[in-house]
Structure formats: C-alpha cells, structure tokens
Design a protein around this ligand. Structure first.
Ligand SMILES: [Zn+2]
Ligand SMILES: [Zn+2]
Length: 166
C-alpha cells in the first residue's frame, strides 16, 4: 500500500495549513479504470487548511492515461485532471487521500474516446483502419453487427438468423 498521498496533520494544526505537492506511481491505482490504463505518475496538488476542528483539503489530481479509440482501436494518450475536496477531523491522524484520488479517477474516466470526431473506424470486411488505408471495400453502415464503423448509430433492427436448409 502506497503512502505518498497520506499527510500528517500536525503541521496543519500548528501552522493552519500544509501545501501538498505529491506524486505516486500509477500502480497505486490498479483498479481505478475499467478500461485503458494510467500512464506515468499521478500528481496531487493543493492545500490542507485548518478549519475549526477539521482539516480540509482542496486541490487537484492529475496525470495521463491511455485508451483505445472506440471506433478504430488506435491507442490514445490524454492528460486528465480531477478536483479533490476532503474534510476530516484534525485530530483524526494522518489524512489519506489515496482512496479519494482513486474514486476521482474512476469518475473522470470517459465513457467513450474517439481519436478524432470524424474517425472512420475499422473496415468491416478487412479490419484495416479506414483513417489510414483506403482498402476499397464499400463502407457498410452497420454490416451485420460488425464492431467499428458507426455500428451503434445505425444498428440494423433485423438480426434474426436465417433458417438453415439441408
Ligand atoms: Zn479512431
Ligand atoms: Zn477493407
């Protein structure tokens, strides 16, 4: 269990604040993303302030992640950032923000990543990337449920299997 995002509150109690500027390895959050992966360190920046009997952290977690384009499966790296706000009793020992950061990564995860707005996806016939290759196959709107190529937008309603003869 990594402890880079755990901060003692003694300074906060004495000085009223503690500036936070920490980094941890992406392995600290192995299960934060349901798809894709974190790339490089996860940074946490912000301030812990003493507010009456509480210690309040306000700041931002940020880093990079890698996903595959939903349509053409090309790997994409993007930076992400997520706001973090946490309050704990100031006498409650060190403030551990690891779980908060993990949750914020999960919430920030995009539902759908597309490498560009007009990504043409993969050819339904030969599986080549239509952004890079003009393979000459006709662009089928929906095919027969072949992934890629705008399948979700133009799904065929008729997918019942044909009765087999003989
Ligand atoms: Zn794409
Ligand atoms: Zn093709």
């Amino acid at each position: 269990m990594s402890s880079e995002f755990r901060f003692p509150l003694t300074d906060v109690k004495e000085n009223g604040r503690l500036d936070v500027n920490a980094k941890t390895a992406p392995e600290t959050f192995p299960d934060a993303l349901s798809e894709g992966a974190l790339v490089g360190p996860v940074a946490l920046e912000g301030t812990i302030l003493a507010v009456d009997d509480e210690a309040a952290f306000t700041g931002t977690a940020k880093g990079k992640w890698r996903f595959e384009c939903t349509r053409c499966l090309k790997p994409l790296e993007q930076t992400w950032s997520a706001p973090i706000e946490v309050m704990v009793p100031i006498d409650g020992g060190p403030m551990d923000l690891t779980d908060e950061v993990r949750q914020s990564i999960a919430l920030a995860q995009p539902m759908k990543i597309i490498c560009k707005p007009d990504c043409r996806g993969l050819c339904a016939v030969c599986k080549k990337n239509r952004n890079e290759v003009n393979c000459g196959h006709p662009e089928i709107g929906a095919g027969d449920g072949v992934p890629g190529g705008g399948f979700a937008e133009t799904r065929h309603p008729r997918l019942t299997p044909r009765p087999q003869k003989g």
